[in-house]
Write a protein that binds this ligand. Sequence first.
Ligand code: FAD
Ligand code: SF4
Ligand code: SF4
Ligand code: SF4
Length: 858
Amino acid sequence: MKVLVIGGVAAGTKAAAKLKRLNRNAQVKILTKSKDVSYAGCGLPYYISGMIPTRDQLIVNTPEKFSGLTGAEVVTGVEAVGLDAEQKTLSVRGEDGAVYQEGYDKLVIATGASPVVPKLDGCDLPGVFTMRTPDDAQGVKDYIKEHSCRTALVVGCGFIGLEVGENLQKLGLNVTMIDFADQILPGIFDSEMAEYAKRQLTASGSKILLGTALSKVEKTAEGFSVTTTNGHLNTDLVVLCIGVRPNTGFLADTGLELFKGTIVVNEKMETNLPDVYAAGDCAMVKNQLTGAAKWSPMGSTANISARVLAEQAVGGSKTYGGCLGTAVVKLSDTLNGGRTGLTEAQAKEAGFDAVSVVCITDDKAHYYPGASFFATKLIADRTTHRLLGIQVLGSGAVDKMVDIAVTGIAMNATLEQFDTLDYAYAPPFSTAIHPFVQAVYILENKISGEFDTFTPREYLDGKAKAYQVIDAMPAPSIPNALWIDLSKVDGVLPECPNKDAKLLLVCARGKRGYFLQNRLKAAGYTNTKVLEGGITFNRVEVKKKGKLSPDDIKRVKALGCLWDKRTEDRFNVRVITRNGRLTAEEQLAVAQAAEQYGNGEVTMTTRLTLEIQSVPYDKLEEMMEFLAGYGLSTGGTGSKVRPVVSCKGTTCQYGLIDTFHLSQVIHERFYEGYHQVTLPHKFKIAVGGCPNNCVKPSLNDIGIVGQRVPNPNLDLCRGCKVCQVEKNCPIHTAKVVDGKVNIDPAACNHCGRCLDTCPFGVMKEFTAGYQVYVGGRWGKKVQQGLPLSKIITSEEEVLNVVEKAILLFRKEGITGERFADTVARLGLPYVEEMLLGDALLAEKDENLKQTVTGGASC
Ligand SMILES: Cc1cc2nc3c(=O)[nH]c(=O)nc-3n(C[C@H](O)[C@H](O)[C@H](O)COP(=O)(O)OP(=O)(O)OC[C@H]3O[C@@H](n4cnc5c(N)ncnc54)[C@H](O)[C@@H]3O)c2cc1C
Ligand code: SF4
Ligand code: SF4
Ligand code: SF4
């Protein structure tokens, strides 16, 4: 028997290897277009980031190794271009371009799929990639290296797009991900689950723009200008991850039955043509649950169905029962996602009386290190209680939850059948009642009416609008909500005696809300609902009735929202600009936020942050989330290190240091790095490129100024009548005295303007460095900062001095005093000794553990 297999990756190699094992005498020959066979497409994103260090690790087998291992022949670089099923011959284009015929007894089509490349301008430019083969991943890696890419745009927020985005971020690139759909993972997760996942990703620094379709890519001098339906983006690299299309073009007019371009197969993986089989991404299988046609372009489906195919091709009886759309994905270091079965929307579409619950459960014993939680959505049929689907998000083993559901769904299990199953438990792995079973119990309670809820979707759709939010947390946690102490509820609530009142019970996860509902029902309350998933899953905002309280104002001030005193409830929101530098895309986002949430105005503060004007209190959180989608944060208030300010010394003709770079490092290390650290008062840092002091570094708590200290070689000085050095010194401190140039060390500000001005080489030597000022301030009490006696000559030492100053302020500062006061109280000699010595850094961990109370009022 001669079996031809077209395609040599997942389905092709699996079918060929199994066929040879089942029938050693069969002649099995793989014909494949690619040079590589049997590669791990699923590992490509991790190769990009370097998590999988070498390309070889992606290649499971070379053609030679595969042949040696299985006995199947492998021919690479050839393409099947036609099929005559009656004659049982395949037309093949060889490497030399000539087409020849190859006969078969049985034919396996495993040609997979190819990435979709939209017919838009610029999608074929070098630097615009798709992601399917090891060559694609290698191409991206090489391009990043060759072009020193710092930014990337990933088009498509499905599994592959999000994986590629995460791994590009791991490489240190600033990544923007866009999708034309209004949610990530469309069709895979229900919208509220996708929204939750997006919020988590945004909070950990991902930039995701939804409802944003790619329109055009244009090459620019620096990289690419990308036009989207939501404006322009500049990027160094583009990766298109917008889906795949089956490789079946060559089968048109062959009599083979196709459905939406995929090959129709039965449960034996047979096509409608005799002795022709298909498996993998090129084939259409069925949904095991509904029986409907289902395309499952997944490595798992390809492997499993190809194994069945091989059994069938040798006369076996195994069949493929279809797939469930099972998938699992690592979205970030702290978020995994998994799903199987039907989403709620799909279940309703398929005619089920679908009921769902979203619940938060521990993923392992809560006291065990690394314990976290699963956000699980379970879907079942209300009438039969049959399990229909699951979606899980969490930092732990979401696949475990999904795989239990797979087994249950495949066996038509009802919820109740899980109730007493003996799942494995020990603290490092699970909870005494398995989190899957806990989710089942919660859904059972909901179906029985014991647990009355609003789902997160219903809440988002406004179904709870007429309900009063009751905060059921252990301590008041939801601003403006009525807090009820669960432990004291034993009858009618004095705060709310109307037993028919509509009450929405909200706690962290839903559990305390459920307990409270239970007590309130017992007391005769008729209209209570618990918000599924509590504030862990939902964004709950309670509109303030009447005037804002000082606590409300204080709470949002800490987030960078400053009350506009002319109004009752409007705030100016500070957007951190990383020292005044925003990309065009970020500026557009700020402008859009101002239009959408504020009064359309953006002002600039003296410290290079932007303020979006007049945002209503109720819109603050939503706007901050919108900005976070573009990687922008608000803040810059409180007793903390404030955003750094620097001049444009990097590009300024007088600049002596790279101020953009230094302030960026300071921003990352001390604004972001010390963001959670409280100081006795605010702490401001400024970086100046030269002694011209454009940003007044010496009026900051710590100021850094670029320096060039001349080191004249007086042996060469001839005492010229017109001294060039004297002429070029802007502050007239260089003077010829007694036939030699003289620079007063006390007066010279180290601006370096005299360097290289002497035709006789007197002014060639200099020391480059940084002058550091400590204890300056501006405002109510102006104080000039004091220079440290030493010019610091390395950037790392400057950064150490900044860190030591922050630590010294924490250690010795008194709540409410500025660093200027601390320096004055301690005296410069002691402060200098501490800032130039090692003690403060040595005790850093201890220092950061100490509680400090902040005294800043703005
Ligand atoms: C980045 C990425 C991540 C992924 N992650 C996962 C994951 O986590 N889990 C999961 O289950 N799946 C994942 N997948 C999907 C999985 O890789 C595919 O489903 C799987 O590779 C399909 O295998 P296949 O053999 O059907 O097709 P393919 O892998 O597409 O292989 C088909 C082969 O046939 C060749 N061919 C095509 N036409 C012809 C022709 N006319 N003549 C000769 N040869 C031809 C092609 O060149 C190719 O080599 C991922 C895919 C990618 C790209
Ligand atoms: S301080 Fe110096 S380097 Fe900075 S902007 Fe002013 S003149 Fe230029
Ligand atoms: S420093 Fe140079 S220019 Fe000035 S007096 Fe000396 S030799 Fe002449
Ligand atoms: S470094 Fe500047 S201030 Fe000092 S002598 Fe030269 S020009 Fe004058």
